[in-house]
Design a protein around this ligand. Structure first.
Ligand code: SF4
Length: 441
């Protein structure tokens, strides 16, 4: 049973989605930074995909040099503030902190990181400015973490950069795909404005690059093109009833919630299909929107779920129930063509493959089904560009410089990785910028 009532206004929405990593105050940051051992060859640094000098920035906080700490963070990671909040620190930096070996709570690196960067953002303390123009132009398609990181790095080296994004607001999944209890929209947009002001790339919102003519125009006008296009919409399951009213893709559901907050109406009984981190987010969010029963149904065992343990714990803590070794075979409907339940069949895993158990069908009632069973790839868009090869799973094939098989195009982020963390996209977007710089110089 969910502990949350449906939020009816913005205040109630904020209460239901209280930040799980709230900002530290000065005293908390001082005491937490005092605990750090400032390790030599620190394992926390090695665990960070962007290689932030964590002991250095913690030492700077402790010495009351908070702006210096913020610069240390941004020097390695342009999304320093967002990453402090949305990174799975439990399995990255904090998971590697030496304190774990002594059963002592690891340093709260993520919260310290957000503390320092928030102070710099709110104080409008700017550390960077673009180099004088070198006359070369790069187009970035997609204003997500990979695209923006790539744009910042290129501007630092004197490239003119235009960023095109189909959405109204920048930051990609950080804005539209991360659960509201991890980061608020205001936090995301403050950091985006802070970066845009310093680096001066041109951002074209609500600008979809999809038609062949758009692509041809970019190819004529720019020296290189970076693809930070992410993944497509939720993949189809291929079962009857999938098109009924009340069946949503998880990505679409989370985006709807991020944009419309308490105006989204989540019914009483929800079934979320999937076992990854997106499924956990969708399930947690449904409960926080007041659904009294949220069932997470996964076709393999609990141990085989792709989600991090702490994400599953977060979901369980708000009342989500797990249903394992079940596969949906049909989504059922009421007279009004709305969803009334899901027919499942029990499964078992044999030699790593999931098998249905004949005769084990059963029905679970619900009013809403959320499919968190993977996202499609942007294959048709890539075909329009031409010359860009993909891997067998549909991700874009790149070399070590993040250059695609069409030499004018570079790519990073989820369209290349298939779906990783914000911090991975930031790290790879920056590396791709250096690939572009090497090619153009
Ligand atoms: Fe500090 Fe832990 Fe990193 Fe050591 S591993 S430097 S104690 S945060």
């Amino acid at each position: 049973m969910s502990e949350f009532l449906p939020p009816r206004n913005e205040t109630q929405f904020a209460e239901n989605f209280t930040q799980i990593k709230p900002l530290m105050n000065d005293t908390e940051a001082y005491y937490e930074s005092s605990r750090c051992l400032f390790c030599y060859d620190a394992p926390c640094v090695n665990a960070c995909p962007t290689g932030i000098d964590i002991p250095l920035f913690i030492r700077q906080i402790n010495a009351d040099n908070v702006m210096g700490a913020a610069k240390t963070i941004f020097d390695s990671n342009y999304f320093g503030h967002a990453c402090g909040k949305v990174c799975p620190t439990e399995v990255l930096c904090e998971g590697s902190c030496v304190y774990n070996h002594s059963d002592v709570k690891p340093i709260e690196i993520g919260r310290l990181q957000s503390y320092a960067t928030d102070r710099a953002i709110q104080a409008e303390k700017y550390f960077y400015s673009p180099a004088p123009s070198n006359g070369k132009k790069v187009a970035v398609i997609g204003a997500g973490p990979a695209g923006i990181a790539c744009a910042c790095e290129l501007r630092l080296h004197g490239y003119e950069v235009d960023v095109f994004d189909s959405k109204a607001m920048p930051s990609g999944l950080t804005m539209y795909g991360v659960a509201p209890y991890k980061i608020t929209n205001e936090d995301v947009l403050d950091e985006m404005a802070y970066l845009e002001k310093q680096f001066g790339y041109r951002l074209f919102h609500n600008t979809t690059i999809a038609a062949k003519e758009d692509i041809d125009q970019l190819q004529r006008n720019y020296d290189a093109i970076f693809l930070g296009i992410g993944l497509g919409s939720t993949s189809a399951l291929g079962i009857p009833g999938e098109d009924l009213k009340g069946v949503y893709g998880a990505v679409e559901f989370i985006e709807e919630l991020k944009v419309h907050h308490h105006f989204v109406n989540v019914p009483d009984k929800v079934i979320v299909l999937g076992g990854g981190n997106t499924a956990m987010d969708a399930a947690s969010e449904s409960a926080r929107m007041g659904a009294s029963s949220v069932i997470l149904a996964y076709r393999r065992s609990k141990a085989e779920m792709g989600a991090y343990d702490f994400e599953y714990d977060l979901a369980k803590n708000v009342g989500i129930k797990g249903l394992f070794n079940v596969s949906p075979i049909e989504i059922l409907m009421r007279d009004s063509s709305a969803v009334s339940g899901v027919k499942f069949i029990r499964t078992r895993t044999v030699d790593g493959k999931v098998e249905n158990i004949p005769g084990s069908e059963f029905v679970v009632d619900c009013d809403l089904v959320i499919k968190a069973t993977g996202q499609s790839k942007q294959t048709s868009f890539l075909e329009k560009i031409g010359g860009i090869q993909t891997n067998s799973n549909g991700t874009i094939r790149v070399n070590e410089s993040f250059q695609t098989t069409n030499k004018k195009y570079f790519a990073a982020g989820d369209a290349v990785s298939g779906g990783q963390e914000v911090v991975n996209a930031v790290a790879d977007g920056k590396k791709a910028a250096h690939g572009i710089i090497n090619m153009l110089s």
